[in-house]
Design a protein around this ligand. Structure first.
Ligand code: GLP
Length: 243
């Protein structure tokens, strides 16, 4: 638990940089990093860009897998997670384009796209560190309440709550928010060597309490982290309000 969002973001960026540096990745043995979107990681990405510029960490031999993507938004749509990731992070670091993996929300065959993603993760021997945020209702990636805790990458209908919360990025217009997303499953996240979930602000306080202090429950998918051997939750004082 850190004082505020700034300290939290610095800490998370430091952890990510340390894991990459300790691993000492090469072209043949890259570091595999799972990445989130949302407002929470924006400052973390900023910190990582700074560390990259200073030469304190390199992404040359880092392979990334994003958690999720809206169905029906192409990569040039400003609200697609694809666009967000390039604008916020990838365009500003030394990562190789071929090492970036993001689910294709325009894929004709959704099932095939999700299976391809799982296979690709497997081909690297799995994810070393999965970084994530959490929704107000406790969802990780787009694993909405009621998701199977063993789920793999698949399409998921968004709940009304999530559509409402995310409508702030679509000019407040709920009708513009896609109703369907592609997302890695809870099981996919659980397979990673390490998972780091971050949260800030009072709006996340209940999700954090449910995730840490209540039992494992598929209505609050963050709670599945209790079963992970290597999970870290980094939050600010406000998100710790209900603990
Ligand atoms: C979306 C994303 C999640 C993210 C969540 C919280 O639903 N699919 O991956 O964790 O939003 O977003 P924010 O960080 O903006 O609160």
């Amino acid at each position: 638990i850190l004082d505020n969002k700034e300290k939290l973001s610095k800490k998370v960026a430091e952890i990510v940089a340390k894991r990459i540096n300790d691993f000492n990745p090469t072209e043949d043995k890259p570091f595999v990093l799972g990445l989130p979107t949302g407002s929470t990681p924006i400052l973390v990405y900023k910190e990582l860009i700074e560390l990259n510029k200073k030469g304190a960490v390199s992404f040359k031999n880092v392979v990334t897998f994003n958690m999720d993507e809206y169905v029906g938004l192409d990569e040039n749509h400003e609200q697609s997670y694809h666009y967000f990731m390039y604008e916020t992070f990838f365009n500003h670091i030394d990562i190789k384009k071929e090492n970036i993996n993001i689910l294709d929300g325009m894929a004709k065959d959704i099932k095939l796209e999700c299976a391809r993603y799982e296979e690709k993760i497997k081909s690297y021997g799995g994810i070393h560190l999965f970084l994530g945020g959490v929704g107000e209702d406790g969802h990780i990636a787009f694993n909405e309440p009621g998701s199977s805790l063993m789920s793999r990458t698949r399409d998921k209908e968004l709940t009304e709550d999530t559509i409402l919360v995310n409508s702030r990025f679509f000019g407040g217009d709920v009708t513009k928010v896609p109703k369907l997303a592609l997302t890695v499953g809870v099981g996919t996240i659980m397979d990673s060597n390490e998972v780091l979930i971050m949260a800030n602000g009072t709006k996340k306080a209940e999700a954090i309490r449910r995730g840490i202090e209540e039992g494992i429950n598929h209505m609050w998918t963050i709670s599945m982290l209790q079963m992970h051997r290597n999970a870290i939750i980094v939050i600010d004082e406000e998100a710790a309000n209900n603990l």
